[in-house]
Design a protein around this ligand. Structure first.
Ligand SMILES: [Zn+2]
Length: 145
């Protein structure tokens, strides 16, 4: 299979490698805030320091970069060709750490929601946020009943 990526995707990957992930978290926070949700940021008391914590809904949200957190099947996740071994170790360690954190959070009774960076692109942003809010509210309902 040819490994051809458009300049747009390559640029996106590079920006991920440089670790500019904070803007995505802010997009989600701003949206939730505008809808009346109140949250804590990067709560260090919880496993994995979730990006967004909604105590009232017993829900945490991680906004994950597709590269760093290995978004399976996503066109924005590709194994770098240079230093392949290094990246394999690094990314695999991230993925293992993620699943440990999610597991612990679930055991503590938190609802864990993941938003991927590729789901925040302009053309899909509204849809992603709609689904997210639905999931947050579902959890709220299940607590009430
Ligand atoms: Zn993705």
């Amino acid at each position: 299979m040819a490994d051809v990526h458009s300049p747009e995707i390559r640029r996106y990957n590079m920006s991920q490698i440089k670790g500019k992930g904070t803007k995505s978290e802010e997009l989600v926070r701003k949206y939730l805030f505008s809808k009346g949700f109140r949250y804590r940021k990067n709560d260090a008391r919880l496993p994995g320091k979730p990006d967004i914590v909604l105590p009232k809904y017993k829900t945490v949200i991680f906004v994950n970069g597709c590269f760093w957190h290995k978004h399976e099947g996503c066109k924005y996740f590709i194994w770098p060709k240079n230093n392949a071994e290094f990246w394999k170790r690094k990314i695999s360690a991230n993925v293992e750490r993620d699943s440990r954190n999610y597991e612990q959070l679930l055991q503590l009774g938190w609802n864990v929601l993941i938003v991927w960076e590729c789901e925040l692109k302009k053309d899909v942003f509204q849809e992603t946020m709609g689904t997210l809010i639905q999931k947050i509210n579902q959890k709220a309902l299940s607590i009430d009943t």
